[in-house]
Design a protein around this ligand. Structure first.
Ligand SMILES: Cc1cc2nc3c(=O)[nH]c(=O)nc-3n(C[C@H](O)[C@H](O)[C@H](O)COP(=O)(O)OP(=O)(O)OC[C@H]3O[C@@H](n4cnc5c(N)ncnc54)[C@H](O)[C@@H]3O)c2cc1C
Length: 444
């Protein structure tokens, strides 16, 4: 055996799992397809900008205990999101936004009592014709598309209700200076605990029987190798797992049990287009006598990019344009230049200054997560009828294959960095127990 455990994928879940296993004196090999750790967390230094651009995760959602502990270890502060919200009204003018979240959450929570699950689309149609609820229903749909990155025609109304009722805290913050230092800390903790890390190594086949796993992987130099261990922790994104199986990119031999394949049918990968625009100056702070100087969040209903945000309370020259769910899919065939063009023209429309964003524009960064073969989407959501699919995906197989990653997070933290970290710790505990390792000291 080359190791006690192989951890597949070095995103948040894989790094947390590897660190935890190695902290228990187990021999761990971490295999990652990309040439970097972090997975769907990818910070790009800001150049002249005050903050880095986050191509993937940017916010810390809710209490996020694992994330906060890591930030403390790293010496990084978390800054609560703050500032004003504005929304573009029908007459095209920006108005201070009402907080529609409590009422739209209440409508969505009502789906909890549905006898049979149904799509968010269908569920929201029940309120059609009730003019007093029109704005709330629109906001509920925008939440499902924008925040959950989900297609309302596919997303489970009951799963969203369960998430909202689980007491998830929707407050958000950002790591000051971005996620990168925290991930460097995690990576260093893995290295100093003895984790052997193989980057640029794509897993092709996972052959397994009780107590033994052989992983065939190919390096970027074309070299193929087989790594053997007593167990594996699989943190592949659900989009990649759905493409596994015979003829897929990653083959399980023998294939995953039927319950696991069924669970995978009910967990969808949501889509997001996130464009970080960098400008010469924060021009929006000056226009209209400084009206938007404290603007943090801007909604632009019906536009290709329905949401924009600044970095307030941190001052910077960055604005993020965000489209989730069907709005992201609608942009999927546009070229990079077209996408950036639409983000810029949407911003011009928002501020009633069509020429200014173009005049001030410096550059933009974005990444196509949907076409990325190692992600195949942004983050997961549960489809109609998928009640306990996340738990079924999380279940271990024969005390040999263990599963982690945001999609296996069952306590309302699916789709988040913290959910991924937590599942990595959880899977490491399961694997350590199975391997008969001594528990304890999982943090370095
Ligand atoms: C645009 C965007 C914005 C987001 N915003 C937020 C946010 O603000 N806050 C938040 O909490 N979350 C956010 N998320 C979600 C968050 O990034 C993810 O939930 C989290 O990072 C997932 O971690 P993970 O370890 O489960 O998966 P990943 O980070 O995807 O890790 C899995 C790893 O497996 C590797 N891999 C894939 N295939 C193979 C293979 N064949 N062989 C070897 N390795 C392989 C991948 O390269 C990857 O490194 C966002 C995501 C995106 C895309």
């Amino acid at each position: 055996m080359d190791a006690d455990a192989i951890v597949i994928g070095a995103g948040a879940a894989g790094l947390a799992a590897a660190r935890s296993l190695a902290g228990r004196s187990l021999r761990v090999i971490l295999v990652e397809a990309r040439d970097r750790e972090g997975g769907r967390v990818w910070s790009r230094p800001g150049g002249r900008a005050a903050v880095p651009a986050e191509l993937g995760a940017e916010f810390i959602h809710g209490r996020a205990e694992e994330t906060m502990a890591l930030l403390r270890d790293t010496g990084t502060a978390a800054i609560d999101t703050a500032g004003e919200s504005w929304t573009r009204s029908k007459d095209g003018r920006l108005q201070p936004a009402n907080d529609t979240f409590p009422s739209s959450a209440k409508i969505l929570e009502g789906a909890h009592s549905l006898a049979d699950d149904e799509s968010v689309d269908r569920y929201l149609k029940r309120f059609q014709g009730d003019e007093s609820k029109r704005e709330t229903v629109e906001a509920a749909r925008a939440f499902v598309e924008g925040f959950e990155a989900a297609d309302p025609a596919i997303a489970s109304a009951r799963a969203i209700a369960a998430e909202l009722l689980s007491g998830v805290d929707f407050a958000s913050a950002r790591p000051l200076g971005g996620y990168r230092p925290m991930f460097e800390r995690l990576r260093n903790a893995c290295a100093s605990a003895g984790v052997q890390s193989c980057l640029s190594t794509v897993v092709r086949r996972i052959s397994w029987r009780t107590g033994a796993v052989a992983v065939d992987a190919k390096s970027s130099y074309g070299e193929t190798r087989t790594i053997r261990a007593r167990a594996a922790i699989v943190t592949l994104p659900v989009g990649v797992l759905r493409h596994s199986g015979s003829g897929g990119e990653v083959v399980f031999d023998p294939d995953l049990p039927a319950a696991k394949r069924k669970a995978l049918e009910y967990i969808e990968m949501g889509h997001v287009v996130k464009v970080t625009l960098r400008f010469r100056t924060a021009f929006w702070e000056r226009i209209q006598a400084g009206r938007y100087r404290e603007g943090a969040f801007f909604r632009s209903v019906g536009q290709p990019f329905p949401a924009y945000w600044t970095q307030v309370p941190v001052r910077s020259e960055l604005i993020v344009a965000w489209a989730g769910g069907p709005k992201a899919t609608a942009l999927s065939n546009a070229s990079r230049e077209e996408v950036i063009g639409r983000a810029l023209s949407g911003l011009g429309l928002l501020f009633e200054e069509p020429a200014l964003p173009l005049k001030e524009y410096e550059d933009a960064v974005m990444h196509d997560w949907s076409r990325d073969p190692f992600a195949r989407g942004a983050y997961s959501y549960v489809a109609v009828g998928g009640g306990d699919a996340r738990a079924a995906l999380a279940a271990s197989v024969d005390n040999t294959l263990f599963f982690a990653g945001e999609a296996t997070s069952g306590d309302g933290q699916g789709g988040t960095v913290n959910g991924a970290l937590e599942t990595g710790e959880r899977a490491a505990c399961e694997a350590a127990t199975a391997l008969g390792a001594m528990a304890g000291n999982s943090r370095s």
